[in-house]
Design a protein around this ligand. Sequence first.
Ligand SMILES: NC(=O)C[C@H](N)C(=O)O
Length: 327
Amino acid sequence: MPRPVLLIHGGAGDITDSRIAGKFKGIKEALRFAWKHLEPTSPASSSALDAVEAAVNSMELDESFNAGYGSCLNTAGDVEMEASLMEGHELRAGCVTLLRDVMHPITVARRLMEKRRHVFLGGQEALNLALSTGSERLAGALVTESAQQALREFLKQESLGLDTTFARTELDEARTDPIGETVGAVAMDVSGHIVVGTSTGGITGKWPGRIGDTPLLGCGTYADNDIGGVSTTGHGETIMRYNLAQRIMGAIQHQGLTAQAAAEQECQQMTKRIGGTGGAIVIDHKGEVGISWSSRRMAWGYVRDGIIHYGINHNEIFQEPLLATHA
Ligand SMILES: NC(=O)C[C@H](N)C(=O)O
């Protein structure tokens, strides 16, 4: 019987020092909140789908991340969110884009997947689906002060003629990145079932109507029990041109690489080839974990065998017990 594993990310980019503590707190909270779905009292109800939704929901509620509450703003100052969810048994998926005013885009993606009619829904009709399947309408309530501050800085940089091509996921050291990043989760349950979900507010200063990599299968998300599952983060225009998730799947399937080797190879190749950066989390069909990024930082964490492993800088891994012990 496979050992269950839950692996999540809280975005790749030029994350400032002041945001690290919030990211770690949010990553550990999401892992602890979601783990009960993978190792419940009865193994028969171990569900990678429930675990992925719960982990992403937890980060969508947390303004340390760029998803749900705290999403990046477009040039009009509005939140337009995107999410995708895929399961690796029947290859079913739900993807939503240009979604406004609801806290949990990943749940809307799940509702769409469960309808089994369409895979990708956008704009007003995605909102209608959300409202008709139990989401609450939260007009304006997703906008945070730090997201507004990030937009003001972005617009100022643009007016000064600075290069904003990579928007808020790719700033150099001299310019800070005060915004949270995309979230994602990959899980394998005790039956070897793999599920992947990714949710984002996109990038600060995007044009209204811009669609990124996150809701696109093969770019932001992919799952196939026979190969593995991948969730990506980083500069969307780069990731979608490179098909990052699918390239990692291909490296596992056709080159026989481990999850870690495939993630490293493809994140590096993408940046070498196109210039933008990003990261990926991967669980392969054997249940092995891969975590890699070509950006400065990526917040990540996973649980296996009662231990949380987490980090944000290259070559740095922290560990603590899943169940906090009290002195
Ligand atoms: N931080 C991110 O991962 C942003 C997301 N990939 C986008 O470009 O929409």
